[in-house]
Design a protein around this ligand. Structure first.
Ligand SMILES: Nc1ncnc2c1ncn2[C@@H]1O[C@H](COP(=O)(O)OP(=O)(O)OP(=O)(O)O)[C@@H](O)[C@H]1O
Ligand SMILES: [Mg+2]
Ligand SMILES: [Mg+2]
Length: 493
């Protein structure tokens, strides 16, 4: 029976399209192989610019290491490729990565929508390559040649690495360690695919909205796999919900890692759902969970448990677990967040900025009215001509029926008006009754727009300033617009 339940779940995964087709797999492999060639050529170009001896130019190399859902083997057609560029000692982040490599990528026909996200914890370039989204951070090692499959646990490669490089490597390290620590990789992957689908359908996926991200779910799933090394897929899913429905948060979830000393007194953290990153006993997954999202995630774990505690029930059906969350049945009022920009190519940046500030909006809404459910789904209002994205957040009946929306607006506006570099777009906040929701947002099963946050767009109308190499002052490595973003390549690039 248990095997039968696992088989029907695998079948459901196929019909839901969770497992990528051969063509999709190949398409991604080609993207990665092309990226490897590009960064290899880049390393040699920079070595030449630095006037390194011929044999050093020949020996210099850079590579690409994949991580995130792609690295874990749990991606689907919607997922991005998280690819870390690992470069040699002479290739700097500010100049060579964000200007020279940027320009090389920008010149490729396969590349579109390229942005630099320089002020993030892990600075990166974000672009589409043959239509597939790529996140590309950078780590600079103190070596001349970076082998294709460089071992990032080898102290030889890690010596004297700077803090940003260390942070950039942390995603790859965590992924590798998770894969090593799970007793059965295939079962872990199948399980993670399922819980990701569940989290997306139930509206508890997405770090920016205060829910769980891919890395949080990967560690939660890996922990359950470690606790039941021989469990079938169906029993692992059932244990997943049981484990977290009754977890005594804020006890941290920590993978058993034979290599590290067990943490006797885990370091104190203000996080309400601490999930420790493997390989870093002092680091937890970054999280934006608030009081509201904490309740919702816990309620969803409990619901999952109630639906899977008896896998042998004759009317058991996996589809129930993946039912979309019925927002319009659950909430009578919604906060509408309408975000728009004059131009389509300004929208991604502006929405990305607003989303990076959602945590503050959530806190304010919790303060003035009580619990709030920040549905991560993004809609487009087709009746508005301006390019736009709309969010509808469920509001629990709260302290009052008359929300002081003006104070929420003021507070949020103050928050978003500081620090944004790009052209400001429009943002409107309002409160709606469920009956006032437009049709497209009433149907909880509708496919919605899936945009990714991105910051800083290049303003092509601004003046271009040449940037000279620090190492070869007469050599122009590229151009920046007046707001400091890299732009078109120099003739030599
Ligand atoms: N909140 C976070 N805390 C720590 N590491 C993070 C966090 N968010 C992202 N990362 C790192 O970046 C990687 C890629 O993140 P990303 O948001 O692309 O998620 P993902 O697991 O690849 O899922 P998806 O399929 O949705 O892209 C993660 O695997 C993790 O290593
Ligand atoms: Mg990803
Ligand atoms: Mg990513």
């Amino acid at each position: 029976m248990e095997d039968e339940r696992s088989r029907s779940l695998l079948q459901l995964m196929m019909t839901e399209g969770l497992v990528p087709s051969k063509e999709e797999e190949e398409k991604r492999e080609i993207v990665i192989s092309k990226l490897k060639n590009i960064v290899m050529a880049w390393a040699k170009r920079v070595a030449w610019q630095r006037r390194l001896p011929k044999q050093d130019i020949a020996a210099s190399s850079a590579t690409i290491l994949t991580y995130g859902s792609y690295g874990l083997g749990v991606y689907n057609s919607e997922s991005d490729i998280d690819a870390l560029c690992v470069g040699p000692y002479f290739a700097t982040m500010a100049e060579d990565f964000f200007i020279v490599l940027y320009n090389m990528l920008k010149n490729r026909l396969e590349v579109s929508e390229i942005h630099c996200v320089k002020d993030a914890k892990v600075p990166l370039m974000r672009f589409k390559f043959d239509g597939i989204s790529v996140d590309l951070p950078y780590a600079q090692l103190k070596v001349l040649s970076v082998p294709e499959n460089v071992d990032i646990f080898n102290p030889f490669f890690l010596r004297d690495i700077d803090e940003t490089g260390w942070k950039s490597l942390s995603g790859v390290r965590a992924n590798k360690r998770i894969c090593q620590l799970v007793p059965n990789l295939e079962k872990f992957q199948a399980m993670l695919r399922c819980v990701k689908l569940w989290a997306k359908r139930r509206g508890v996926y997405g770090n920016l909205n205060g829910f769980l991200g891919g890395v949080h779910l990967a560690i939660l799933a890996a922990f359950v796999c470690q606790c039941d090394p021989n469990g079938s897929l169906s029993s692992l899913i059932s244990n997943f919900y049981k484990t977290y429905a009754f977890w005594t948060w804020p006890t941290p979830v920590v993978l058993q890692d034979g290599m590290l000393q067990p943490t006797v007194n885990p370091i104190k953290t203000p996080l309400s759902m601490p999930i420790q990153l493997p390989c870093s006993p002092y680091e937890y997954c970054h999280s934006n969970i608030t009081k509201s999202t904490f309740y919702k995630i816990r309620a969803e774990f409990l619901r999952g448990h109630n639906l899977t505690k008896d896998l042998w029930k004759s009317d058991f059906d996996w589809h129930n677990i993946f039912e979309p969350f019925p927002y319009t049945k659950k909430y009578t009022r919604f906060a509408k967040i309408f975000v728009s920009a004059c131009q389509q190519d300004e929208l991604g940046d502006w929405v990305g900025w607003i989303k990076s500030r959602f945590r503050c909006l959530l806190f304010k809404l919790e303060e003035v009215q009580g619990l709030c459910d920040p549905n991560p789904a993004e809609y487009i209002d087709m009746d508005v001509a301006e390019p736009n994205v709309v969010f509808y957040w469920g509001l629990q009946p709260g302290k009052t029926n008359n929300i002081d929306i003006e104070s929420v607006k003021e507070d949020f506006w103050r928050n978003i008006s500081n620090g944004y570099q790009g052209p400001f777009g429009r943002i409107e906040l309002s409160i709606l009754q469920a009956s006032q929701l437009p049709k497209y947002a009433q149907n909880d099963t509708l496919t919605r727009k899936g945009t990714k946050a991105c910051w800083k767009i290049i303003d092509y109308n601004q003046q271009r300033i040449p940037v000279y190499s620090r190492h070869l002052p007469q050599y122009v490595v590229g151009y920046v617009s007046t707001n400091g973003d890299p732009e078109y390549p120099s003739a030599g690039c």
